[in-house]
Design a protein around this ligand. Sequence first.
Ligand SMILES: Nc1ncnc2c1ncn2[C@@H]1O[C@H](COP(=O)(O)OP(=O)(O)OP(=O)(O)O)[C@@H](O)[C@H]1O
Ligand SMILES: [Mg+2]
Length: 322
Amino acid sequence: MILGIETSCDETASALVSADGEVLASVVSSQADLHARFGGVVPEIASRRHLELVTPVVREALAEAGATLADVDRIAVTQGPGLVGALLVGLAAAKGMAWARRLPLVPVDHLRGHVASLYLQPDPLEPPFLCLLASGGHTLLLDIRDHASHAILGTTIDDAAGEAFDKGARLLGLGYPGGAELDRLAAHGDPTAYEFPVARVPGLDFSFSGVKTALLYATKELSEDELAARRADLAASYQRAIVRALVERVSEAAAQTGAKRIAIVGGVAANSALRAALPEAKAAALEYCTDNAAMIASAGRYVEAVPYPRYLALDAYASAEV
Ligand SMILES: Nc1ncnc2c1ncn2[C@@H]1O[C@H](COP(=O)(O)OP(=O)(O)OP(=O)(O)O)[C@@H](O)[C@H]1O
Ligand SMILES: [Mg+2]
């Protein structure tokens, strides 16, 4: 049994996953409400909250699985990328628990964790496949060769897709983080009402700053009443532009690599329009799209564990190591 711990951003999460990828427990405690009034995650507040929550969340996961630490064979924890202060809380907690029971510890890359959400039961996907990772901090096209390695085919040159959703949501007066809310609002709007641009960047890279600016100008032209009346149309058209940018690149990458199978992971993979636009793609289960620890424990199955006591020297890292 693998115990997973995730604290890279504003979700404190813990999960128990079996060696063959069955999720025995998954607990996610979101701090979103705490950060909402600031319109984004405040790193120091996130760290402090993780400190309060990490032990209760691990306890809850163990209780949900009907297990104790004595049943755990290894501990997998997110090492980076993310907010360093937040990561350090999870890492220190994992080190302490592993040390107390002389368990091996597996440092997991958060992005590999998102990909490993596809390896969970039921119906796990086996490499090779082409993977779109679209989250709050990253937009990557990955050529997944096996469980532990990948090549990057494309990335964003400015905002991440999730960030574009969140910034758009903010312009439309929705809460933070607004991606899911924008998705719900868009369901009531006309996606062809506005013609928002799809950026053309060389290669297989993405750019989302132009579409965000286009939305800004569109909202500026409207009075408060008009904006209220057209919010759903704006949301639907904006979402359509982002989804088109993602889908076009995925199709181009599939043609270039000859990939037979396509998968989507990360918070934006929860988007209903994206899922509908890629019906043949394998999408991560909804509950494992946004940050969670089941995906971290899942990735921990394919990364070599660091033995006791060497892992006590591990440090967190803020940006992608890929
Ligand atoms: N239904 C949805 N439609 C669009 N975006 C969504 C939806 N649900 C969640 N998101 C977006 O997903 C993002 C959060 O995803 P995730 O938790 O994977 O990102 P992160 O952990 O903050 O970033 P990273 O994984 O790159 O470090 C947010 O930007 C959120 O708005
Ligand atoms: Mg994430």
